[in-house]
Design a protein around this ligand. Sequence first.
Ligand SMILES: [Zn+2]
Ligand SMILES: [Zn+2]
Length: 284
Amino acid sequence: MAGDYPEGRGRVRVEAADIEIEGVSIAGHESFYKLPGFRTLLEFGRAPEDVVGYATVCVTHGHLDHMAGLAHHASRRRLAGLPGARVFVPGEAVPHVEQWVEAAERLEQIEYGVEVVPAAPGDRIRLRNDLELTVLPGRHRVPTVGYLFSEVRQKLRDEFIGRPGEEIAALRARGVAVTRREEIPLLAYPGDCGDEIFEACPELFDARVLLLECSFLLPEDVDRAREYAHIHLGDILARADLFRNEAVVLTHFSQRYRPEEIRAALAAIPEPLSRRIIPFLPPL
Ligand SMILES: [Zn+2]
Ligand SMILES: [Zn+2]
C-alpha cells in the first residue's frame, strides 16, 4: 500500500481530447472523477477535500466505492457555508439515499439541503447554455444509469449561410428559424457495467471521450467479470473497430493487478484503437 492506495495506484489526472479528468478509480475501493470543465463531479468515491466545492454530482449506482462520501460531502459543504449539492442518482436509489441523508442530518441535528434528483435514461438536464447532461441506460448488478455530456450550439441553417447580417436579423425578427440546434457528444460514462452495455447504449461509441470501466484484464478473470457485471478487456478487443471516440479512457481496474500488469495487458489492444486508449493510472 502507498498511503491510502495500493502500490502505484491513487490520484490520476489525464487530458483526453481537451477534457480534463482528475480523480481516483480502483474497483471496489474508490471511484470519483472531477470534471472541472463541466463543473461536475462523477461519483463521490470517499469524497476527499478537493471535491467538496462541486455542487453538481452524478452518481451511477449505489455501490459504496462510488458513493460512500455522499454524507461526508453534504456535511462538509454545510460546514463551509455552501448550499446543498444537486446529486443525480438512479431513480430506484432515491428513497435509500434520502433515508441515508436524513439519518445523517438527525445524527448531526442539522439540515444539509441536498437535492437528490432521480435520473432515468432519456432525461436531459441543461447544465449551462452550451452544456447538456443526458442520462444513459446502465447495465450492472444494482440499478445503474450512465451520463453523457454534450455541447449544445445554435448553428446558422445552411440556406442562410453567406447572407448579410442585416438580412439574417430581419428574418429572425419575423420569426423565421434561422438557426438549428447542434449537439456534440463530448464525454460518455456508463458507470460500472457488463458488456451488454454496448448493445443497450450504442451512443457510447460516438462520444468524443468515452470513460469506460475495464475492471478485469486477464483470461482467467472472464467468469469473474460476467458474475459481477463488469467489463473484461476481451469485451473491448471484440469490438475494437466500433469505437469512433477520439479518446477511450480505461478505468476502474481491479486492485488484483499491479500497474505494470495493467499496462502489459492493455498492450494487446490493436491499432488504430490503441493510439486512442488512455489508461486511468498515475504516470510511471
Ligand atoms: Zn465500482
Ligand atoms: Zn459497482
